[in-house]
Ligand binder design. Structure first.
Ligand SMILES: Nc1ncnc2c1ncn2[C@@H]1O[C@H](COP(=O)(O)OP(=O)(O)OP(=O)(O)O)[C@@H](O)[C@H]1O
Length: 371
């Protein structure tokens, strides 16, 4: 089949929610390419607009760790997108065939995926759907981020929910702030990448559940089980850093640039910085610079501990994903308070210890003066 008098389709590589991807040959330039054809059964105006947006978004990115966009058009009434061919497997496939990844390979995946994300974030683009199937690996192991189909610009007001009340992205990798309705930010991509790395290390994602609602609660509320407790052969420093990417608070996660630099520098082989004893999901990352907090938007909430002595105010509802597929309908359900007060509890404990010590010294001095 010859598309647009130029791209000869050979075999289907894969099929996603919107299109089927073909291995093809660009007969004008004489090179192999991947051609994504919009599926005819989803080809309405909005799907075409989204497909076009994917092409336009990814075309802004020219980076060795992002799948390059080469062409876009319409052929026999179907939209097509021509991409660089990534001649290997996705990380989902690599995990399925080879099992959990060894630390050096995992560090390479982390570094290269973070490089690609850093390039996207520098352009103001949030991917919003980082998952193992969207990280493609070349025959030499080079990782490239694909599928910018639901990416948005950071300041796009429609970035959180669609007008039909849907939240986009895959529930297994959804950042806590997105679960409570805050639009995706670069930090949300880092959380998703953390979930992916966790899955590639352990063989399973950090949170799984029978119901989508319970899954969302876990993202918001539950500290992930440290990967080494689930059998992952990770160096302690690697584990600690990975957990920092899964911090519940977006501002406590490292940036994509920091992740890429940290893994490139080889620090993952070393000993960890000391971890606080509780809430591994809330451990600030081993990165120095503080990052600005997310601004709340209508219907969203800042995740912050209440001041000492103040009764916790009621929470906004958590949004329950009812389908963990690529486009997921959300409903509002009553929220439990996310367990986000770890730092506050630590401060209170520290104050109690200092107070106790002072009392002890006073009693000692009093005793000495009496005798
Ligand atoms: N440029 C490419 N080179 C090689 N293989 C690709 C390329 N782009 C996509 N693929 C393969 O085609 C499959 C389908 O990709 P596609 O982006 O359409 O769907 P998806 O990401 O799996 O699902 P969805 O779009 O619903 O999120 C992917 O799993 C991937 O293995």
């Amino acid at each position: 089949m010859l598309v647009a008098d130029r791209y000869r389709l050979h075999t289907v590589i894969g099929r996603g929610g919107m299109g089927e991807v073909w291995r093809a040959q660009d007969e004008v330039l004489g090179r192999p390419v991947a051609v994504k054809l919009l599926l005819s059964d989803v080809a309405d105006a909005s799907a075409e607009a989204r497909f076009r947006l994917e092409a336009q978004t990814s075309a802004r990115l020219n980076h060795p760790h992002v799948v390059g966009t080469l062409d876009f058009g319409t052929w026999q009434g179907r939209c097509f997108l021509v991409m660089e061919l990534v001649d290997g497997d996705s990380l989902a496939g690599e995990l399925a065939t080879g099992g959990p990844l060894a630390p050096p390979r995992l560090a390479q995946v982390a570094q290269q995926a973070a490089e690609g994300l850093a390039a996207a974030h520098a352009q103001g683009i949030v991917h919003r759907d980082i998952k193992p199937g969207n990280l493609l690996s070349d025959h030499d192991g080079t990782v490239r981020i694909g599928d910018f189909g639901i990416a948005r610009f950071v300041d796009d007001p429609s970035a959180g929910l669609t007008t039909t009340g849907q939240i986009v992205g895959t529930g297994l990798y959804l950042a806590p702030e997105r679960a409570i309705g805050t639009p995706a930010s670069p930090a949300s991509d880092i959380y998703s990448l953390g979930c992916v790395l966790y899955q590639l290390a352990v063989g399973r994602p950090p949170f799984e559940s029978e119901t989508a609602t319970a899954l969302l609660y876990q993202h918001v509320d539950a500290p992930p089980v440290p990967p080494r407790q689930r059998g992952a052969a990770l160096p302690p420093a690697f584990e600690a850093y990975l957990l920092s990417m899964l911090a519940k608070r977006p501002e406590e996660r490292p940036t994509a640039r920091e992740v890429a630099d940290w893994f490139r520098g080889g620090a993952w082989r070393g000993a960890p910085e000391p971890l606080p004893p509780e809430q591994p999901g809330h451990v600030p990352g081993p990165h120095a610079a503080p990052r600005p907090a997310l601004q709340p938007t209508a219907g969203a909430a800042l995740i912050a501990p209440a001041p000492a002595g103040v009764v916790d105010p009621p929470l906004p509802p958590v949004q329950a994903v009812l389908d963990t597929g690529w486009n997921t309908t959300v409903h509002r359900v009553p929220a439990r308070r996310p367990a986000l007060a770890g730092p506050l509890r630590r401060h209170r404990r520290a104050a109690a210890v200092v107070g106790g010590a002072l009392l002890f010294v006073c009693a000692l001095l009093l005793g000495m003066s009496l005798f």
